[in-house]
Every structure is written in structure tokens, then in C-alpha cells.
Design a protein around this ligand. Structure first.
Ligand code: 9MR
Length: 369
């Protein structure tokens, strides 16, 4: 009975997610093959193949993957000298099994950072020498393990603020600006063939744009390797404008690096940071989580149109953009359901909760037939 039910489901709503497609049918990755890699972030549950519909989407439509969480320092080295590689090993093996471009995310980041890394048992900052040594050990162990297999690394993540100043992270407090070149140096020493990236959000802000371009130039002047900057694309229905985003793509390309759209998703929900012009009669919770039962057609149409405009922008810049990666596979497993407000129902990704491609994805695929 169960089997019968799953056959019926497969042949109706879930067609497309049940492996019933012909190998020759066009997919996202075939549609974009001459433009850039099209990637997705994967969590460990997805890597383990717990949901075969997800596996089917990932292997049919994407040719690049990035680890959503399992390669962050708190996962890889929760205690000093105790490396835990099981999930990262499985992630890399998944990518290799499916012939995908594999990105490691991320070596040095102020968040998801175990406390021991930058502070001693009393909570005081460690000395610059000790931090340099810990960074080197972490980076060379991790990059060294996946040498030749992980094609590129987000070496430093989110180190610069919107106004162009450096984030006052522990790394910055202890080592100053120097922690960034050091991280790039250690990563390059561990795998000279690997591409190295700087990755950050709000990369369309003019202040951050200028500071990141300056950083790229400084690294290059010092003879250090940096191949690309990752523009995390966590956008919403209003912000940023395509023009702002495009100005940053141009600026980074002019600074002499490739551009990657690394964490692409678009929230369909009102943002607590913008004054949402919604009815006062609803409670705050309802106003901020208005589409629990599904996205209304009119909002869905706007959402798809804006996503298409963004994809067309990326396609126009395909000479400079090497990869576009969505931050998750289907709406149901996006981090946006829990951020910046917990427990909402958001619709930010390329595939919906029923594993169906969104209309703009179908349009993109069709446009290449
Ligand atoms: O999607 C990730 C989520 O599962 C984690 O809980 C979160 C912890 O900070 O990190 C998320 O991924 C982040 C990425 O590593 C860096 N850029 C911002 C992403 C969303 O927070």
C-alpha cells in the first residue's frame, strides 16, 4: 500500500523529483553550462541522502556544491587538536561521486568559531603568536586533507563592515588587519592549486565594496593568491537594487578577481529592518509571517520576476561570474525560515516545498532549449 501511494505521488505532484526524467531532458545546469557553475549549499542530512527527492534535484540540476555548516571551525575542530572530519569527508565524497565543483566554506570566520580558538580558559585573548599558530594549524590541516579535491576555499568570511571598517572580531582584535593576508598565505601553502576567495554579505554597499576592492589589491600587491570574491546574495523583494548589485560586480571584476554569487536566496517576507506598510489590525507575528498557507499568486509573480531579473544580470556578467550558488535546495530547508525571525514560512529558493522548480527556473531552462 505504502509503495502504491509513493508510486502515485511520484507520478503526479512529485514528478521531476523522483528520478523519472530522461537524462537528455534540459536542466538548470545544462541551461547555464556555457555561463557559470550553478551550485547549492548542502547540509549533512542532504549529503547523507535522507531525502531522495533532494538528491535527485541536486544531482540533476546543480554542478557545484558548498558545505552549509560541516566545514566551519566549530564543526571541524571543536576542541584544540581534535579534528572531526566525518561529515566533511562525506560531503567531499558526494561531490566527487557526482563530478561536482566543490567549495570549502569557510576557514576563518568570527562565527561558528569554537571559543578555544582565540581565547584562553579565563576568556582572555590569546597572544598574536599563539593565534597565528592556531590559524596555521587549522588551515593547513583542513586544506591539506582535501588537497586537490576541494577546488576553492572561502578563506576569510565576513570580515568587513558596510562602512568599510574592519569587523572587530577576535581575529582583528588580536592580529589587526594582518589576519587576512596570513589566512590566505596559510591556505595557499597548504594547497597551491586551490582557488582562494574572500566571501561576505551586503557586498553591494558602497563602503564595503571599496574596502573589499582595496583588500583584493593589497593581497595581490603582496603577491598573495586571491581568485575571486564571493558576494553572498541574501536579498529580499526590495533590496538591493539591481543597479547597486551590478556596480559591485563591476568593481570587483575591475579589481582583478572573478565574482561568485555565493549564497543566493530571496526572502518573500517582510523584513523587520524595513518599515513594512501592512495593516495595523494584524498582530506583529501575523504581519511578519503572512504566507503560512502558501505564497499568493501576485507575490509569487513578483518574486519570480525579480529572481529572473537577477539571473539575467548574472548571465550578462558571465564573463566575470564563475559560479552562482543557492543557499539551500528547497524552501522547506532554508535558513531563512528561522532568520531574522524564528518560525516563519519563507519562499527564498529555486525549488518549492513540494520539490517543484519555481516558474523562473522552468523559464530559464526552457529559454535554452
Ligand atoms: O545556513 C547556515 C545556518 O544553518 C547556520 O545556523 C548559520 C550559523 O551562523 O550559518 C548559516 O550560513 C551562513 C553562512 O555560513 C555565512 N553567511 C551567512 C549564512 C546565513 O547565516
Amino acid at each position: 500500500m505504502k509503495k502504491l501511494l509513493s508510486i502515485i505521488l511520484c507520478s503526479t505532484a512529485l514528478l521531476g523529483a523522483c528520478g523519472t526524467h530522461k537524462a537528455s531532458e534540459p536542466t538548470l545546469k545544462s541551461a547555464l553550462a556555457d555561463k557559470f557553475y550553478i551550485g547549492t549549499a548542502l547540509n549533512s542530512w542532504q549529503v547523507a541522502g535522507r531525502d531522495s527527492n533532494i538528491t535527485d534535484i541536486v544531482t540533476r540540476h546543480f554542478n557545484a556544491i558548498v558545505a552549509e555548516n560541516c566545514m566551519k571551525s566549530e564543526s571541524l575542530q571543536p576542541r584544540e587538536g581534535e579534528f572531526r572530519f566525518r561529515q566533511a569527508d562525506e560531503f567531499v565524497a558526494f561531490g566527487e561521486r557526482h563530478g561536482m565543483h566543490i567549495t570549502g566554506h569557510c576557514l576563518i570566520w568570527h562565527s561558528q568559531l569554537p571559543r578555544w580558538f582565540c581565547t584562553d580558559e579565563e576568556g582572555n585573548n590569546v597572544s598574536p603568536e599563539l593565534l597565528r599558530q592556531r590559524m596555521k594549524t587549522h588551515i593547513s590541516t583542513v586544506v591539506g586533507r582535501y588537497k586537490g579535491r576541494v577546488k576553492g576555499w572561502d578563506v576569510v568570511n565576513e570580515a568587513i563592515m558596510e562602512d568599510g571598517s574592519y569587523r572587530k572580531s577576535k581575529f582583528y582584535e588580536i592580529l589587526g588587519e594582518e589576519f587576512i593576508p596570513l589566512a590566505f598565505q596559510y591556505a595557499h601553502e597548504a594547497d597551491p592549486e586551490a582557488e582562494l576567495y574572500y566571501n561576505d554579505y551586503n557586498m553591494f554597499h558602497a563602503g564595503k565594496r571599496e574596502a573589499v576592492c582595496r583588500l583584493v589589491r593589497q593581497l595581490k600587491e603582496r603577491g598573495l593568491r586571491i581568485d575571486a570574491v564571493g558576494m553572498q546574495g541574501h536579498i529580499d523583494m526590495q533590496y538591493p537594487s539591481l543597479e547597486e548589485f551590478e556596480a559591485s560586480i563591476n568593481a570587483y571584476a575591475d579589481a582583478g578577481v572573478k565574482v561568485m554569487i555565493t549564497e543566493f536566496d530571496m526572502s518573500a517576507l517582510p523584513s523587520p529592518w524595513q518599515s513594512a506598510n501592512l495593516s495595523d489590525t494584524l498582530s506583529y507575528e501575523q504581519r511578519m509571517n503572512p504566507y503560512v498557507d502558501g505564497l499568493p499568486d501576485s507575490i509569487s509573480a513578483q518574486w519570480n520576476a525579480r529572481m529572473m531579473e537577477y539571473m539575467q544580470l548574472f548571465i550578462r556578467h558571465a564573463d566575470d561570474i564563475t559560479r552562482v550558488t543557492t543557499w539551500g535546495v528547497t524552501d522547506g530547508n532554508s535558513w531563512k525560515n528561522g532568520f531574522p525571525i524564528r518560525g516563519r514560512t519563507d519562499y527564498p529558493l529555486f525549488f518549492d516545498r513540494q520539490y517543484r522548480p519555481k516558474p523562473f527556473v522552468e523559464e530559464l531552462i526552457k529559454s535554452k532549449k
